[in-house]
Design a protein around this ligand. Structure first.
Ligand SMILES: NC(=O)c1ccc[n+]([C@@H]2O[C@H](COP(=O)([O-])OP(=O)(O)OC[C@H]3O[C@@H](n4cnc5c(N)ncnc54)[C@H](OP(=O)(O)O)[C@@H]3O)[C@@H](O)[C@H]2O)c1
Length: 306
């Protein structure tokens, strides 16, 4: 039985924590408001941004999973979640004389600036242009520079129960196709995220970095059209190009269509022995749609996250 702290224990952390608990481990879920954690997870109220709240960590931790998310889309929020929070927690563990066997970070493929449909993997340059990727890269480095064996997991877009924005946008007729070149998107089902983390927690001799996306980096248009067919609604229309920015001459404004178009390779993760439950968006979204169909009162599959 291992003693495991999940810091920033939200959707992914809770899914992971419940699985670890079921496997017989002792799991603490840390967040600012831990009252909603399910039984099986030991609640730990703390604010990663406030070192004074990190002085009573459970002793003799074997593993740490850091999965806090930014509170909003601002540089201050990303800095707090990925830089200050990681720094504070690692310092608190060090000061308490803890010696975890392994520390994991839920990172993101947003650390890559590539946007022309290139294939990227763990050896590709990760030189993010925006503040989210830059803050996350800084947090990755803090982990790798810590005294303990560190594994960073860069997840693609997470979808799953309660994270059905794409489905909802197609059903509601809000989704549109881009008129430009294909925009490649990468994703992973929430349950596979938790399974990847559990796999990498206990994998002998893991690499310091893994890309965690499914086998099917697909053009967004393909995914939208597939969803439309499944939902029995019209395929999304093609949107006009966004307006030219003043001073951009005749060059099209590519900001929107180039957004995050890349293809993430998961070969290292697969070579480590991991097998996806949902290897393609067809498997994962198909399961969500079947689950929703089995609940006749569901008008919408759901809500807030993509
Ligand atoms: N969404 C995506 O598609 C995507 C893609 C790649 C990577 N990721 C990353 O995956 C990780 C897990 O995501 P998730 O979906 O599980 O996020 P989530 O459900 O929003 O959970 C994050 C948790 O962090 C806690 N938290 C935030 N600030 C905190 C603080 N200062 N101190 C203590 N706890 C704090 C929050 O609880 P309290 O509010 O109670 O503190 C929340 O429960 C995140 O790092 C996210 O950035 C997400």
């Amino acid at each position: 039985m291992a003693r495991i702290l999940i810091a920033g224990c939200g959707d992914i952390g809770t899914t992971l924590g419940l699985s670890l608990h079921a496997a017989g481990h002792r799991v603490w879920g840390m967040k600012r408001h831990p009252d909603d954690l399910p039984s099986g997870l030991q609640p730990l109220a703390a604010d990663l941004a406030d070192p004074a709240t990190l002085t009573a960590l459970p002793p003799a931790l074997d593993y740490l999973v850091y999965s806090a998310a930014a509170a909003g889309f601002s540089e201050a929020s990303y800095q707090a979640a990925y830089v200050t929070g990681i720094h504070n927690l690692l310092s608190a563990l060090r000061q308490a004389g803890q010696r975890p066997k392994r520390v994991l970070l839920t990172s993101s493929t947003s650390v890559y600036a590539q946007h022309r449909g290139e294939w990227v993997d763990e050896d590709s340059p990760a030189v993010a242009e925006g503040f989210p990727g830059r803050c996350i890269r800084a947090g990755e480095q803090l982990l790798w520079d810590s005294a303990w064996p560190a594994v960073v997991v860069r997840f693609g877009g997470i979808y799953g129960p309660g994270r059905t924005r794409l489905i909802d946008s197609v059903r509601d007729g809000i989704a549109t196709h881009s008129a430009g070149p294909p925009v490649f998107t990468n994703r992973i089902h929430r349950d596979d995220c938790a399974r990847v983390l559990e796999h990498l927690l206990f994998l002998p001799n893991p690499a310091p970095l893994y890309l965690a996306v499914d086998d099917d980096p697909a053009p967004l248009t393909e995914v939208l059209d597939w969803l439309a067919v499944q939902l029995g609604v019209p395929e999304p229309p093609t949107a006009a190009d966004p307006p030219l920015k003043p001073g951009s001459g005749n060059r099209p404004n590519l900001a929107l269509r180039q957004r995050a178009s890349k293809r993430c390779r998961n070969a290292r993760l697969r070579a480590s022995g991991f097998r996806f439950r949902y290897p393609s968006y067809r498997d994962g979204y198909g399961a969500l749609l079947r689950a929703a169909a089995a609940r006749p009162s569901d008008q919408n599959v759901a809500s807030a996250k993509s």
